[in-house]
Design a protein around this ligand. Structure first.
Ligand SMILES: Cc1cc2nc3c(=O)[nH]c(=O)nc-3n(C[C@H](O)[C@H](O)[C@H](O)COP(=O)(O)O)c2cc1C
Length: 464
């Protein structure tokens, strides 16, 4: 779906060696630490696993798809050749080509087909690159790690760890792969990703389609050994559970133990709406048990790699929680001292103003319709955790102002996903530039100073 495709030269601690995360934290002075489908199922109920899979295309759409494949491929190839000859000068031309030619072509395809092409292109280094140095005001130290900028790619885009460096080169300060399940699984039948064009949203019910831990481990291992891996951006690894697994904690722990040594931070995803029972793990007892088990597995990784400092472990939560559920989670997070929260996953709610035909599809809604809801959830979690727990804010960020709103509400870092569907990765440098301007206009000298500033008396007139 990533209607895009996409540079910069800086160094990913995760790529150096098995103990690279420790190195990053020491260096940081860190503490030890669509197409429409006919489904009318309820938004919270994924289709039966045995439902007939769609081929994802009919006759004329199939021909359209071949044409789009052909032209998008030609566009990528031409742009890539140009960009490799004159990388610095060619960026804007190539980015423009991608935004104005390649993306519209990809949008002719089914959302998942377009996404598959985009990931492939990024894995081949064909995504538009951001060669500019990040404004120093954007550098952040969070959870003992140094992030060159606070804008990251959310989980679900590179689910299988196929294109980490190509994506990092588009200008992200960090890339999160996953969710990865222990065993490979297909996920829900296709189609399972839908663009809500009029609403700039996306509904997905992927259901954790995953290559599984072994395959992803091989990819990340290869990446770690690669000489090309000299980037400043950090790698997050998000772990999930298999659909039929009866022991969720054991699945998360397997993921952590297998992939932890390749990661700069780890995420336990208990909030996807597309895996039956997963969100129940957000209840107070269940989430405490999951966090404690995951922290234990994380500590084992640190011991086995000789890493003296705990690898940051975060939990990803939904935007659909009640006040009481949020309060319970905040208390568990404070008492267990887990390193952070990612707020939020997709929503199962459907705002009444949605206009797109696909609004009734089952699954999780992301993009613009989620913007305010996730920002308010960030605000709540910052308040309930008394600003003591780092938050990664995600949900409907499409501009620098929207990233800034999440930072002011309490997020230390921000992630994007659906943005890429509509604007492509060429939008990332613009978001960073706008964010840097907003910080300076409001008199902040760093992202850290602005984090949670909505909760404090204004030091200067806010732009909002
Ligand atoms: C197609 C798709 C697949 C996703 N898969 C995952 C996933 O596997 N694990 C996860 O934690 N979040 C997943 N997400 C949720 C995103 O990481 C993010 O939390 C959500 O989309 C809100 O951000 P956005 O509005 O910028 O897209 C997925 C989102 C989309 C659109």
């Amino acid at each position: 779906m990533l209607n895009y495709v996409v540079g910069r030269a800086v160094r990913s601690p995760s790529g150096w060696s098995g103990v690279s995360s420790a190195r990053a934290r020491v260096a940081a002075g860190g503490r030890p630490i669509g197409r429409k489908a006919s489904s009318s199922t309820s938004p919270t109920t994924p289709p039966a696993a045995g439902a007939a899979p769609s081929d994802g295309g009919g006759g004329s759409r199939g021909r359209g798809a071949y044409k789009a494949f052909f032209f998008a491929g030609t566009g990528f190839a031409a742009g890539a050749a140009f960009a490799h000859l004159r990388p610095d000068k060619a960026r804007s031309g190539y980015a423009t080509l991608c935004d104005s030619v390649v993306m519209p072509l990809l949008r002719m395809l089914d959302a998942e087909e377009a996404h598959t092409i985009a990931v492939k292109a990024a894995s081949l280094g064909l995504a538009p690159k951001d060669w500019t140095m990040d404004d120093p005001i954007l550098a952040s130290h969070v959870m003992g790690l140094r992030f060159p900028n606070p804008i990251g790619l959310a989980a679900g885009f590179d689910k299988h760890g196929e294109a980490v460096d190509g994506l990092m080169d588009t200008g992200f300060g960090f890339v999160e792969v996953g969710s990865v399940t222990p065993n490979p699984q297909e996920g829900n039948p296709k189609p399972r990703m839908f663009r809500l064009e009029e609403d700039e949203g996306v509904i997905n019910r992927c259901g954790f389609n995953s290559d599984g831990l072994r395959v992803v481990q091989q990819r990340l291992k290869k990446r770690q050994a690669s000489a090309m891996n000299g980037r400043a951006g950090l790698l997050g690894v998000n772990v999930g559970k298999n659909k039929l697994s009866e022991d969720s904690s054991a699945d998360f722990c397997k993921g952590i133990r297998t992939l932890g040594c390749y990661a700069d931070y780890l995420v336990v995803n208990v909030s996807s709406p597309n895996t039956p029972g997963l969100r129940d793990l957000q209840g107070v007892k269940a989430i405490r048990a999951v966090i404690l088990a995951a922290m234990d597995a994380r500590d084992q990784v640190c011991e086995s790699t000789g890493n003296p400092m705990p690898l940051p472990l975060l939990v990803k939560i939904a935007p659909d929680l009640t006040e009481r559920e949020k309060r319970d989670i905040a208390n568990v997070v404070l008492s267990t001292k887990v390193d952070g929260l990612i707020v939020s996953n997709t929503t199962v709610s459907r705002p009444s103003y949605l206009r797109s035909e696909s609004k009734g599809e089952a699954g999780g809604l992301s993009g613009k319709p989620l913007t305010k809801m996730s920002t308010e959830t960030i605000r709540d979690m910052y308040r309930l955790t008394k600003g003591k727990v780092p938050l990664i804010g995600v949900g409907g960020v499409g501009t620098g102002q929207e990233a800034y709103d999440k930072i002011r509400a309490g997020a230390s870092l921000v992630q994007v996903y659906s943005l890429l569907v509509y604007k492509g990765p060429g939008a990332v440098p613009g978001i960073k530039a706008e964010l840097a301007d907003l910080l300076k206009t409001d008199g902040f000298t760093s992202v850290a100073e602005a984090v949670g500033s909505d909760h404090r008396p204004p030091r200067k007139a806010s732009r909002k």
